[in-house]
Design a protein around this ligand. Structure first.
Ligand code: TYD
Length: 222
C-alpha cells in the first residue's frame, strides 16, 4: 500500500504570495519524482467551484457570515471526499491554497462567527475524515503591503468581495492569522512574506524536506 501523501496548505492575507510559493513547491516535489497536485479552496471540485462562484461574487456581501461558513464547509466536504482522501490515500502530495485557517480568520476572527461552530465543523468534516493538514505555511505580510501588491497588479476585481473591504479589514485578517499561528504552533510555520520569493522558496523547501524525512525515518522509505 502506498504511503500517505503530505497535505500542505498555504495561507495568508490576500496577495501574500502563496500561489507563487505553491507553484515553486510543486516544481520542487516534482523535481524529486514525487507525485503532487496543486489545488485551491474553495474549489477543487465541480461543486466546489460553483460554491466558490456564489461566495466570491458581490452577492456574498449580503450573505450572513454563518451562511458563508456553512457554504465554505459544504465546498470543503466535497473537496475532502473527492480530492483529499483519494489522493493522499494513493500517496499523492497535495498543495492547497487556503483551507480551514481561512475560515477561522475570515469568518471567525474577522466577521465574528462563533468559533464553537467552526470547531464543530472542523471535527465533523475534517478530523473525522482524518484530513488535517500536515503543515500550514502562513506567509505573513502587512496590510499595507497587501494593498501595495494589489495596486501593482491592478487586479482589484469589482466582484471580489473579500479583497474589497479596506485596510482595517486587512489588518484584522493579519491579526487573525497571527492568532491562528500562535494557537496551532505544532501544525503552522509562520514565515515573513516580505522576504524575497527565492528566500521563501528555500525556507519552505527545508520544512518540506523535514516532513519527508520524518516519513523516511518511520518506514525506511518514502
Ligand atoms: P481567492 O480568489 O482564492 O483569493 P486568494 O487568491 O487571496 O486566495 O479567493 C478566496 C477568498 O475566499 C479569499 O479572500 C479568502 C476567502 N475565504 C474565506 O473567507 N473563508 C474560507 O474558508 C476560505 C477557504 C476562503
Amino acid at each position: 500500500m502506498a504511503e500517505r501523501g503530505l497535505f500542505v496548505v498555504l495561507e495568508g492575507i490576500d496577495n501574500c504570495g502563496k500561489t507563487t510559493q505553491s507553484r515553486y513547491l510543486k516544481d520542487y516535489l516534482e523535481s524529486q519524482g514525487l507525485p503532487v497536485i496543486q489545488t485551491r479552496e474553495p474549489g477543487g471540485t465541480e461543486v466546489g467551484e460553483e460554491i466558490r462562484g456564489v461566495l466570491l461574487k458581490n452577492r456574498a456581501r449580503m450573505m450572513d457570515p454563518v451562511s458563508q461558513t456553512l457554504l465554505f464547509y459544504a465546498a470543503r466536504k466535497e473537496f475532502i471526499v473527492n480530492v483529499v482522501q483519494p489522493n493522499l490515500g494513493k500517496g499523492v502530495h497535495l498543495l492547497t491554497d487556503r483551507f480551514e485557517a481561512s475560515t477561522y480568520v475570515y469568518q471567525g476572527y474577522t466577521q465574528g462567527v462563533d468559533l464553537r461552530l467552526i470547531d464543530s465543523l472542523h471535527d465533523d468534516v475534517v478530523v473525522a475524515a482524518c484530513c488535517k493538514p500536515d503543515l500550514y505555511v502562513i506567509l505573513d505580510i502587512t496590510a499595507e503591503e497587501s494593498f501595495r501588491r494589489i495596486e501593482n497588479q491592478n487586479n482589484l476585481g469589482q466582484d471580489h468581495v473579500f479583497e474589497n473591504q479596506g485596510l482595517g479589514f486587512m489588518r484584522k485578517l493579519r491579526e487573525g492569522y497571527l492568532a491562528f499561528a500562535e494557537k496551532h504552533l505544532e501544525e503552522v510555520v509562520l514565515l515573513n512574506g516580505m522576504l524575497s520569493e527565492q528566500d521563501l522558496k528555500i525556507q519552505i523547501g527545508l520544512y518540506i524536506d523535514l516532513l519527508l524525512g520524518e516519513r523516511t525515518d518511520v518506514t525506511g522509505k518514502i
